[in-house]
Ligand binder design. Structure first.
Ligand code: UT7
Length: 335
């Protein structure tokens, strides 16, 4: 029986650090407000023309090197992003070209903050059914070029940052890898809330123009978010989907060594931990450094957690996300 193993993990961030104080110089906000409401102290923004695919390249190379494999071993790319380099073609194709892997499959996944776990689930299914042996799963975002840097956009702009994370998923035989590998994924969505967190324009259904001066003046090309609504659903569904993943494997919270949640807001993860009755010692966080990097946040967190010695071979990890769509998901894995 085949199982997917995370053989390597990598991350990449733009060099430019943007502190809360820098945001306060651009708009009516403050370091104290941002830290108190979100736990974020700084984030990274690109400072030149750079797409998510460029950040993804560096993250992918690190993941491949860590796995002790070669880029040539990759036989499929799954790329999660809500900020693709272009409307089309997808960023997976661009990354495939940067990696010089013509001909291999390249798929974009558009499930926002849950994009990485959705991608992991697709890659895992392909590996288990024998279609591919080595799948690169990437989450990458460049938010900064799409943020309203005036007071009008302060609720959203203070939260989001740029970055990329990647894992290399390889096939292992259950007999060889023992307990190691991806045990399950659980995916959910509720499109009734699509407009609670969205970017409206440009959109093909906007008639007769996808984008016009009026839309630009109204800021419809920027992310619009009903923050409290997102928050209340996140703290309801995150604990549910975490428990769903553990229960499906006959496991409990006591078996979990570390929860690696999507990094949207420290308060969301604290509230979820409280509902679950677990200590924040069991919940990984790096949001203070990067803000919300959407599809990149979980692989970046895995990369950092491993570098910081927070995860070890054999540990039971739960990955969990909630975000636009609404979408929410969890993955249970033995590292
Ligand atoms: O990956 C999923 C993506 N998104 C999320 O997970 C976001 C979920 N939501 C949140 O994280 C929170 O709702 C926010 C951090 C966005 C906002 O925190 P909040 O405690 O829910 O604040 P609020 O939206 O109720 O706003 C409180 C006040 C408002 O002023 P008034 O109406 O009370 O005068 C806002 O205008 O704070 C104001 N405000 C700000 N003030 C300073 C909103 N953004 C800012 C800001 N700086 N950046």
């Amino acid at each position: 029986m085949r199982r997917s193993i995370i053989a390597g993990v990598g991350g990449a961030l733009p060099d430019r650090v943007v502190t809360n104080q820098e945001l306060a110089d651009m708009m009516d906000t403050s370091d104290a407000w941002i830290v108190e409401r979100s736990g974020i102290r700084e984030r990274r923004w690109v400072d030149c023309e750079m797409g998510g695919s460029d950040l993804a390249l560096a993250a992918s190379q690190q993941a491949v090197a860590q796995a002790g494999l070669s880029v040539k071993d990759i036989d499929c790319i799954v790329f999660a992003t809500l900020s693709p380099d272009y409307n089309f073609p997808g960023s997976a194709c661009l990354l495939q070209d940067l990696l010089e892997l013509p001909g291999i499959a390249a798929l974009d996944v558009r499930n926002q903050c849950s994009g990485f776990i959705y991608s992991l689930s697709v890659a895992d299914a392909w590996i288990r059914c024998g279609q591919y042996d080595c799948v690169l799963v990437v989450g990458a975002e460049v938010h900064s070029t799409g943020l309203d840097k005036t007071t009008r956009g302060r609720d959203v702009t203070c939260l989001f940052g740029d970055g990329a994370g990647a894992v290399l998923l390889t096939a292992g035989d259950l007999g060889e890898v023992g307990e190691r590998g991806l045990l399950s994924t659980h995916l959910h969505a509720d499109g009734k809330y699509a407009k609670a967190l969205w970017v409206e324009a440009p959109g093909s259904r906007l008639y007769p123009d996808r984008l016009n001066q009026q839309m630009l003046a109204e800021g419809k090309h920027y992310t619009q978010m009903q923050g409290r609504r997102v928050f209340s659903h996140a703290i309801k569904y995150l604990p549910q989907v975490i428990l769903q993943g553990l229960t499906a494997n006959g496991l409990s919270l006591d078996d979990m060594d570390l929860l690696v949640p999507h990094q949207a807001n420290l308060r969301i993860n604290e509230a979820a931990a409280k509902v679950l009755g677990i200590s924040m010692d069991k919940v990984y966080s790096n949001i203070e450094r990067y803000g919300n990097t959407t599809a990149a946040s979980i692989p970046l967190a895995l990369r950092d957690a491993e570098e910081e010695g927070r995860i070890h071979r054999g540990d039971l990890l739960v990955l969990a996300s909630f975000g636009a769509g609404f979408t929410w998901a969890s993955a249970v894995l033995r590292w």
